[in-house]
Design a protein around this ligand. Sequence first.
Ligand code: NAD
Length: 498
Amino acid sequence: MRLIDHFIVGGPGGAPARKSPIFDPNNGGVQAEVALGTAETLERAVQAALKAQPAWAATNPQRRARVMFRFKELVEANMDSLAHMLSSEHGKVIADSRGDIQRGLEVVEFACGIPHVLKGEYTHGAGPGIDVYSTRQPIGIGAGITPFNFPGMIPLWMSAIAIATGNAFIIKPSERDPSVPVRLAELFIEAGLPEGICQVVHGDKEMVDAILDHPAIGAISFVGSSDIAHYVYNRGVAAGKRVQAMGGAKNHGVVMPDADLDQVVNDLCGAAFGSAGERCMALPVVVPVGHDTAERLRAKLIPAIHALKVGISTDPEAHYGPVVTQAHKEKVEGWIDKCIEEGGELVVDGRGFTLQGHENGFFVGPTLIDHVTPDMDSYHNEIFGPVLQIVRAENFEQALELPSKHQYGNGVAIFTRNGHAAREFAARVNVGMVGINVPIPVPVAYHTFGGWKRSAFGDTNQHGMEGVKFWTKVKTVTQRWPDGSPDGGNAFVIPTMG
Ligand code: NAD
């Protein structure tokens, strides 16, 4: 059986005591195993990082940026093989796998401009003969703990900025699809990054806990489900670290009566069912405003959903592929059962879906459930599968209240031709990322990504300037160069510039 091992200086260090299977979601078989590391594995990576980081931090930012430029070229040159690798473990279709890597690469492009963003601030003559300047210095060693659903993009969100700002970075990818992060780390080395600056350790809770407790790791960026995010945040902060921890989501798409419904249905199909609904910015709840809008929308959605093609991840005609594991398929189908039990009306049933020739694959058919209400557990919780729930609202205020009061606040969208309604909605909704006629409002790399409420713990977002802030600490220097004549100031009084 092929083994996916740690990528650390000095090699993985012998046969792993524990391993975890990597499935092929298209046919249900086990295609490889991943090593599950221990605190000892982490210690080896940390020691190598400690050794390498000071010289990397002292490398001028233009040279660090040049590594990013070369890395970007290498990822582009390897795009095809990376996309196939990603797709084979995750199950998302090839075009979507390329998108996964491309969205991460855009953060690398941002990191190519790191000399500019690290310039700092300077005040000449802040007081008599006194200058003040502030610079951003790397934290030292940073770690990233990432989810299965974006094995290219999310490791790149973190690593590109952590590394470009002068940190050593250790990534602990999802144990369900760990190959792409390893390949990216290899490409970093090929691009000229010194050994020890980007390493990969694999594992589960044991490795995560070792990272959370390690005194030499100064910052941890986590993305995953909310309960784990909350746990990682609490334990990491208690250990004195800087932590950002992004969690789950249940994004709503509000459809106003004046919306272009053909466009909405098109957008919804992509946003609810693309990547089998396994996106934190998927749109699994649609909120039509008014009875007439709901009926018209439902009538158009049903045939569009029936026309969706579920296929293996390498099928260029498939709209989406299998979910990541059998356990996840069962969980998604369990939520559909639960929603029906709770009183939802099953309109299109995706349970029990099989694909001819791939009967053991982890496929779930597209599912539509109407008359879902806010008191249902299946509404309150993230399903993370190809399931679209219709929650009907009587008016704009009710529609605004639904995402605003939901426990998650990652993304939200409004579909309308009315600029006033859109503007009010964007200003008042209690959610971190808003789309106006944009179903998946993932901000571009030079802006910043982050939700509110239980979708994110901590106070800085991913990438853009927020990412730079997270991976650096500010040092402010106040300097004077006296000419030798005593100025007679009273050293016992707090200095002022007055
Ligand atoms: P997950 O929480 O199961 O795993 C995330 C990471 O945590 C993995 O590296 C995993 O090894 C580790 N982990 C799992 N259990 C742990 C435990 N008990 N203790 C410590 N560490 C543990 O998440 P997932 O299923 O891989 O990913 C899907 C989730 O991620 C969804 O909830 C999705 O909404 C969320 N997500 C959020 C964002 C965002 O930016 N808000 C982006 C992508 C995914």
